[in-house]
Design a protein around this ligand. Structure first.
Ligand SMILES: *Cc1c(COP(=O)(O)O)cnc(C)c1O
Length: 296
């Protein structure tokens, strides 16, 4: 059901080839059409652990466009778990593609105010606290199990790279890849492109879930205005990338990551001859909300 190892493809862009940079893309977006990218890696051991503990009901949290909730809804259906999501904010007047698909897979959606959303543990215990079959899964799937799942990507790589780039939301995926690289003795640097504004707080978060690593680096200048913000330039980048490669990016994560990577190449950030692997962490359904903004 899952395409593991996910394929790696080389991308040929003049910007990279003129500085003799080799750019590769790890297509984690092809792991599964819905449980895609890093969300599959982050959930794999969480679901295994829930199964072991006899927890048949998965409860999690996210915004109205959460790729994590969509992955959880689909994985829950595939493995016969019940799923419930606390969704941040009022119920939208019109459904969106993400929530529509979550419902289609049978996920129960509970809309909660932004205020009460802040205390997730409270929301969980008020409603499910005395039910032993319920499993609390943090927003974005963040957990040590998720770090472990993401670390496994390193074992799939056929050769060494100088840098591995990924988008960083909670930073869990970057932490996991860095942990895997460190354990395997690789010299490669794991570079996260933060998609939120003022994201330097993420450094402490990464240190918390994967302590003591020195092989990662967070870039905080490529957020395009902040989480869920998006510029006309970014949409143009995504359009051109789609036309040049046949590969879809999303505007929340992978578009920002690759646009940031291209900007770094323009700024001569990389040593000539460097081998760079970008991880496509999936999430293309986010793009479905941009039809009107895209003006094709
Ligand atoms: C959730 C998500 C991320 C962010 O992963 P973190 O582990 O929270 O940093 C990156 N890319 C895509 C496509 C995602 O859906």
């Amino acid at each position: 059901m899952f395409q593991i190892p996910s394929p790696i493809t080389q991308l040929h862009f003049p910007l990279f080839e003129k500085s003799e940079l080799k750019l590769f893309l790890k297509r984690d977006d092809l792991i599964h059409p819905i449980i895609s990218g890093n969300k599959w890696r982050k959930l794999k051991y969480v679901l295994e652990d829930a199964e072991k503990k006899g927890q048949k009901h998965l409860v999690s949290f996210g915004g109205a466009y959460s790729n994590h909730l969509l992955a959880l809804a689909c994985a829950g259906a595939a493995y016969r778990f019940r799923t419930t999501a606390f969704v941040r904010g009022e119920k939208p007047e019109k459904s969106n593609p993400t929530l529509f698909l979550c419902s289609l897979f049978g996920m129960e959606l509970l809309y909660v105010s932004r205020e009460s959303y802040k205390n997730k543990q409270q929301l969980f215990s008020d409603r499910f606290g005395n039910m032993r079959e319920c499993r609390f899964i943090d927003e974005g799937g963040t957990s040590l199990h998720a770090v472990q799942g993401c670390a496994e990507m390193i074992a799939e790589l056929p050769e060494e790279y100088d840098s591995i780039f990924c988008a960083a939301g909670t930073g869990t995926t970057m932490a996991g890849i860095a942990k895997g690289a460190s354990v395997s003795g690789s010299k490669c640097v794991i570079e996260g492109i933060a998609v939120l504004k003022d994201a330097s707080f993420l450094e402490a978060e990464v240190e918390k879930i994967a302590p003591g690593l020195r092989n990662w680096k967070l870039h905080t200048d490529f957020h395009e205005g902040g989480y869920a913000k998006c510029s006309a330039d970014l949409l143009a980048f995504i359009r051109d990338f789609a036309r040049n490669t046949g590969i879809l990016l999303d505007q929340v994560y992978t578009g920002k990551m690759l646009k940031g990577l291209f900007t770094l190449a323009e700024q001569d950030y990389f040593k000539s001859g460097s081998r760079i692997l970008a991880v496509h962490t999936g999430g293309w359904t986010g793009l479905l909300s941009q039809q009107e903004q895209m003006m094709l």
